[in-house]
Design a protein around this ligand. Structure first.
Ligand SMILES: NC(=O)C1=CN([C@@H]2O[C@H](COP(=O)(O)OP(=O)(O)OC[C@H]3O[C@@H](n4cnc5c(N)ncnc54)[C@H](OP(=O)(O)O)[C@@H]3O)[C@@H](O)[C@H]2O)C=CC1
Ligand SMILES: Nc1c(N[C@@H]2O[C@H](COP(=O)(O)O)[C@@H](O)[C@H]2O)[nH]c(=O)[nH]c1=O
Length: 592
C-alpha cells in the first residue's frame, strides 16, 4: 500500500472534513452530481420492498463519464446494488468510479458491496449520504478507504449548491430510514383526499369517491411503499375499507385499526386476513368478547393501557416497522399530528365542492388560535394527477435529518473487532440491528446437503426453513410451494408464502413438521455460522450473554414482548456457540 494510503487509513473518519476544499473542477463535479441523482433514482425503484433495509442504487461510470453498469437492491436478502453494477460492468470496472446513493450497511464478508467494489478495481467511490444507523455509519467508508479506494461523500468532500440538491434526492429516497433512526418512531405519512372546499366526506360521512381513479392508483402505490396503513374505528364503520395495495405484485402493508371503544362491526373487509394481516389496537379491557371474536378470525388485537398515536408508534418501532401510512379521518389525524408522529403529508385536492357545515375536514382540533401557530410544510411539491392536484411536504425540514459524521469515539464503538465479552442479554430481531446478522432474514446464502448428498444453495436461512414445511409431501401443490419458496426474491417473500400456505392449506405441511422443525432450523443455522467466518466470530464473541430473538409476535422462536416467548432461535444459537467454542478450545489444546 502506498505511504499516502497507509496514512489515510490511520486517520479517523472525520478527516474527510479537512479534504472538502480539495480541487474538484466544476465539470467533474456536475458529472458526480448527475450520477448520484441517477443512483438515487435507481434506489427508489424498490421503495417498500427493501424494508427494513435502505434503498440502494449504484452507477458505475468509466472513461469519459460513460455508464458501464447499474444496479439497485430489489429486496432484503437479494444481490446488493453494487454487486449487480460490478457484474454488469465486468472488466470496465478497473479504475472506474462508482456512485452510491447511500453508504452500504454491510462491509464485512465476501459478497458485500465493499468487497465487490474493491475486487473489481474501482478507483473512486462517490457516496450520497452516510448510513443513518449509528452502528453502521462510517464503517463502509472506512473499509473502502483502508483498501486504497478514494471516497468522496456529498456535503463533506464535495460541497456546492448542486451537491446539496443531489444529497437531498438521496435523503428523500431513504427518508423513512433516516427519520426512523433520528426520531425513534416509524416514518409516518398522513394522506387524505379533500374537495376544493376542504371536506373529506359529506355531512352524512360518505366519501367514496373524492379523488379520481388516477389519484387512488397513486394511493395504492403509496400503500405498497408502507409497512402498515392505519385508520380509526369510525372510518371502518363508515367506509368498510380494504386498504390493500392493488397495483399487483407489490408489497402488501399490514392494516391497522385504532379503536378505543371497540365498537366495530362483526363483518368487515378488514377481518378477512387470508391475504393480508390486520391488527386492531385498542384500550385495555375494551369489549373483550369482540376481541376474542376477531382473534378467532385471525385478526391480531393489541391492548394499550391508554390508546394514543405515540404509544402505538413506539410499539411499531419496537416491532421494526419502517414506514406507516395514515389514511384516517380528521379526528385521529389531529391526534397523530399533536403527538408529533406525522412526518409527511400527502393531500389530494379534487376539483369538487360538496359544502356541508358539519362535513368532516382532514385535520380536526389542534387548538391553534393564531395563524402564526400554523404548521408550515417543507420541501413542498405540487403534481397534477388526472383532474386532481397532489400537494405534499414534510412537517420538518428534511435537511436537518442528515446523519452526522461520526466522532472518533463513535468510530471505536462501531468497530466489531472491539466487541467485548458482555454479560447480560443480547437481543436481535431486525437485520440492521447491531446483531442483526443473527436474524434468519440476514442476507447470507447457505449451502446444505440434500437427500442425494449434493450441496444445494439457499438464499437465506428463512428460505430453507419455510420451504422445508412442505418437503417431500407427495402432492404437486406442496412441491410447487417448496420451489416457490426456494426461488422467492427475498426472505420476506419466502416467509409470506410459507406462512400463508401453512394457514390456508395445512394438509400440504409435512405431518412430522412440529417434531422436526427445530432440527431443520439447527441444520440451516449450523451451515450459516460455519460458512461465514465473520458471523462465526460474532457469535463466539457473545459468549457469556444470553441471546434472545426479540420478536414480539413469535412466541416459539422469539422471546415475546415481555420474555413470555420460548426463544428457540436464541437457544439454538447459544447451543451452536457452545459447539463452536468447544471446537476452538479443542483445536487450541490439540493443534494437530
Ligand atoms: N377523504 C379521505 O381521505 C378520508 C375520509 N374519511 C372519512 O372521514 C370520516 C371519519 O373521520 P374520523 O372519525 O375523524 O376518522 P377515524 O375513524 O379514522 O378516526 C377516529 C376514530 O379513531 C379512533 N381513535 C383511536 N385513538 C384515537 C385518538 N387518540 N384520537 C382520535 N381518535 C382515535 C376512535 O375510534 P373508536 O370510535 O372506534 O374508538 C375514533 O372514533 C368518515 O366519514 C370517512 O369516510 C376517512 C379517511 C380518509
Ligand atoms: N375517500 C377517499 C379515500 N379514502 C380512504 O380510502 C379508504 C378506502 O380504501 P379502499 O377500501 O382500499 O379503497 C377509506 O377508508 C379512507 O381511508 N382515499 C382516497 O384516496 N380518495 C378518496 O376519495
Amino acid at each position: 500500500m502506498a505511504a499516502s494510503m497507509a496514512r489515510a487509513c490511520m486517520l479517523p473518519i472525520i478527516c474527510g472534513a479537512n479534504r472538502r476544499f480539495k480541487s474538484n473542477n466544476s465539470s467533474s463535479h456536475a458529472i458526480d452530481v448527475s450520477f448520484i441523482k441517477r443512483a438515487a433514482e435507481l434506489a427508489d425503484k424498490s421503495a417498500g420492498f427493501t424494508s427494513p433495509h435502505p434503498n440502494f442504487g449504484c452507477v458505475i461510470a468509466a472513461g469519459a463519464a460513460k455508464v458501464v453498469g447499474e444496479g439497485y437492491l430489489y429486496a432484503v436478502g437479494t444481490t446488493p446494488a453494487e454487486v449487480q453494477a460490478v457484474e454488469a460492468a465486468g472488466a470496465l470496472c478497473r479504475d472506474a468510479t462508482a456512485y452510491l446513493n447511500m453508504e452500504p450497511g454491510d462491509c464485512h464478508g465476501e459478497h458485500t458491496a465493499v468487497s465487490a467494489l474493491v475486487k473489481a478495481g474501482i478507483k473512486r467511490v462517490v457516496i450520497g449520504m452516510r448510513h443513518p444507523s449509528e452502528h453502521l455509519r462510517g464503517s463502509a467508508i472506512q473499509a473502502l478507504r483502508s483498501e486504497g479506494v478514494q471516497v468522496d461523500v456529498l456535503g463533506e468532500d464535495l460541497q456546492s449548491d448542486v451537491a446539496e440538491e443531489a444529497l437531498k434526492s438521496c435523503l428523500l429516497v431513504n427518508a423513512p430510514l433516516v427519520i426512523r433512526a433520528s426520531s425513534q418512531v416509524p416514518y409516518s405519512v398522513l394522506k387524505y383526499a379533500m374537495t376544493l372546499d376542504g371536506k373529506i366526506a359529506t355531512s352524512s360521512g360518505h366519501s367514496s369517491w373524492i379523488s379520481s381513479k388516477e389519484s387512488r392508483c397513486r394511493v395504492s402505490e403509496l400503500r405498497g411503499r408502507s409497512d402498515a396503513v392505519i385508520v380509526g374505528g369510525n372510518t371502518v364503520r363508515k367506509d368498510n375499507p380494504r386498504l390493500t395495495a392493488r397495483n399487483g405484485g407489490g408489497h402488501m402493508p399490514v392494516r391497522v385499526v385504532m379503536s378505543v371503544s371497540m365498537d366495530l362491526p362483526e363483518v368487515a373487509h378488514l377481518w378477512d386476513t387470508s391475504e393480508v394481516h390486520t391488527i386492531v389496537a385498542t384500550q385495555r379491557g375494551a369489549r373483550r368478547s369482540l376481541q376474542k371474536f376477531l382473534a378467532s378470525k385471525g385478526v391480531e388485537v393489541i391492548e394499550f393501557d391508554f390508546l394514543n398515536p405515540r404509544d402505538v408508534m413506539e410499539y411499531f418501532y419496537e416491532c421494526g416497522y419502517l414506514s406507516i401510512l395514515w389514511e384516517c379521518g380528521g379526528s385521529l389525524a389531529a391526534s397523530a399530528i399533536s403527538s408529533s408522529v406525522i412526518h409527511k403529508v400527502y393531500a389530494f385536492l379534487a376539483p369538487k365542492i360538496i359544502g356541508g357545515k358539519g362535513a368532516p375536514t382532514p385535520v380536526g382540533e389542534l387548538g391553534m388560535m393564531e395563524m402564526t401557530q400554523a404548521l408550515n410544510l417543507h420541501d413542498v411539491t405540487f403534481e397534477q394527477i388526472g383532474p386532481d392536484m397532489l400537494i405534499s411536504g414534510f412537517l420538518q425540514p428534511i435537511h436537518d435529518l442528515r446523519p452526522a459524521i461520526p466522532s472518533v469515539s463513535e468510530t471505536t464503538k462501531i468497530d466489531p473487532a472491539l466487541n467485548p465479552y458482555e454479560s447480560g442479554i443480547i437481543s436481535f430481531y431486525k437485520t440492521w440491528d447491531p446483531y442483526g446478522s443473527f436474524s434468519n432474514f440476514s442476507p447470507h446464502p447457505i449451502q446444505v446437503l440434500d437427500e442425494n448428498g449434493n450441496y444445494v444453495t439457499w438464499s437465506t436461512v428463512e428460505h430453507y426453513y419455510q420451504a422445508h414445511k412442505f418437503y417431500a409431501v407427495q402432492d404437486p401443490a406442496a412441491q410447487e410451494c417448496f420451489q416457490a419458496i426456494k426461488s422467492a426474491k427475498s426472505p420476506e417473500e419466502a416467509a409470506r408464502i410459507g406462512r400463508k400456505m401453512q394457514r390456508q392449506r395445512p394438509d400440504l405441511v409435512r405431518p412430522d413438521w412440529e417434531t422436526v422443525k427445530i432440527d431443520v432450523m439447527y441444520r440451516a443455522l449450523k451451515a450459516k455460522f460455519s460458512i461465514y467466518p465473520h458471523l462465526n466470530s460474532m457469535l463466539v464473541s457473545t459468549a457469556g450473554s444470553v441471546l434472545v430473538e426479540g420478536s414480539p409476535h413469535d412466541l416459539f422462536w422469539g422471546g415475546g414482548r415481555e420474555g413470555e416467548g420460548l426463544n428457540y432461535l436464541g437457544r439454538l444459537l447459544m447451543q451452536l456457540r457452545s459447539e463452536f467454542l468447544g471446537e476452538s478450545s479443542a483445536s487450541t489444546k490439540n493443534p494437530s
